[in-house]
Ligand binder design. Structure first.
Ligand code: ASN
Length: 342
């Protein structure tokens, strides 16, 4: 190929690049250079690969906002030079990071493909090789010299998903992720099939990088029998600016007076409360049952069919943008990166 696509491979850590410590038997991150030695097949791909690694690769349980900023800075620095980006990341928090990056990069016109693995690259039965090789191929897909995929996605076990629609659903199976509310973007079999109708539309505006995420948020997960002290403790967390209310079914919650009062009190303090269902699939529909009408009347934001991971990222992003109180609800309820169904 005359002009091979240029791909930047960013290694943040995770099982994909881990080895077993023989003394403790625990998995720990190892030097990224060894990753390419382990997969010589990469050199056969029809693209030019440059690699960049975190100084200290991490288990993704240690992921945080500073690391998210590092990832977007690496992408921003090389944005004009590269045709696509592959981010190697631990699977545990991959959906959170990939969702956050989708909000932090506005007007993205190149692919950013997250991948990782369930077994370390050195393991005989590893899933790392297929995931890595196909993720690079996906990031290299072009049509008339233009990247075919222009959004943040996640590739795992033969499927390419919109990243901010995914959830890690299995700690053991190779098929570790699912996207229940949005169809796959591509599937890898004998052929690599891209479902064009599921991709985000091409964006012609210049890239805008957002770094001001606000982490002053809390989560209130409902369960039968939850008491007033627990609800109060979460809603009255010092400095909290946003709360994700994890509700039942189509967005339902207790109709108890004390519960309603505490929600109303938090909203009066301009704390943003987002209703996200505990169900893996389906959507919040406030007002469908009496047990959600009170939340709607009070002005709770509907997360619609957003994933929990994406709701965390979007809430941090919109709070960081300091959007006025009267616009916040409307913007949260509108898809901005394909994260909810219109
Ligand atoms: N603990 C690992 C991580 O998220 C799990 C994995 O990558 N499969 O970094």
């Amino acid at each position: 190929m005359a002009n091979k696509p240029k791909i930047l491979l960013i290694y943040t850590g995770g099982t994909i690049g881990m080895v077993k410590d023989f003394e403790t038997n625990a998995l720990r991150a190892f030097n990224f250079d060894n990753l390419l030695v382990r997969i010589p097949e990469i050199k056969q791909l029809e693209c030019d690969i440059t690699t960049q690694s975190f100084k200290e690769p991490i288990d993704s349980s240690n992921m945080n906002l500073d690391y998210w900023r590092q990832i977007v800075s690496i992408i921003e620095d090389k944005y004009n030079e590269m045709d696509g980006f592959v981010v190697l990341h631990g699977s545990d928090t991959m959906s959170y990071t990939a969702s956050a990056i989708s909000f932090m990069l506005e007007n993205l016109s190149k692919p950013v493909v997250f991948t990782g693995s369930q077994l370390p690259i050195g393991d005989l039965r590893t899933d790392a090789k297929e995931n890595l090789i196909t993720a690079i191929q996906v990031a290299s897909l072009q049509e008339n010299g233009i990247p075919q995929i222009q959004e943040v996605c996640l590739y795992f076990e033969y499927k390419l998903y919109r990243a901010n629609r995914t959830t890690k659903i299995n700690a053991e199976h190779f098929e570790a992720f699912s996207s229940l509310n949005y169809p796959e973007l591509a599937e890898s079999g004998v052929h690599l099939k891209v479902f064009k109708q599921n991709l985000l539309e091409r964006n012609l505006n210049p890239l805008i990088v957002h770094r001001n995420m606000c982490t002053d948020i809390a989560v209130l997960k409902l369960f039968p029998g939850i008491n007033e002290a627990t609800v109060r403790a979460v809603l009255e967390t010092p400095n909290v600016k946003g709360v994700i209310l994890e509700t039942y079914g189509a967005g339902n919650a207790p109709t108890l007076k004390w519960f309603e009062k505490l929600i109303a009190k938090a909203l009066n303090k301009e704390i943003k409360i987002v209703n996200v269902t505990q169900c893996a699939g389906g959507s919040v529909l406030m007002g469908h049952y009496e047990t959600s009408s009170h939340l709607q009347t009070l002005g709770v934001i509907s997360g619609k069919d957003i994933t929990f991971e994406s709701a965390v990222a979007k809430l941090m992003y919109l709070l960081g943008e300091e959007i006025s109180d009267n616009k916040f609800k409307t913007i949260f309820e509108t898809p901005i990166r394909g994260e909810i169904t219109a």
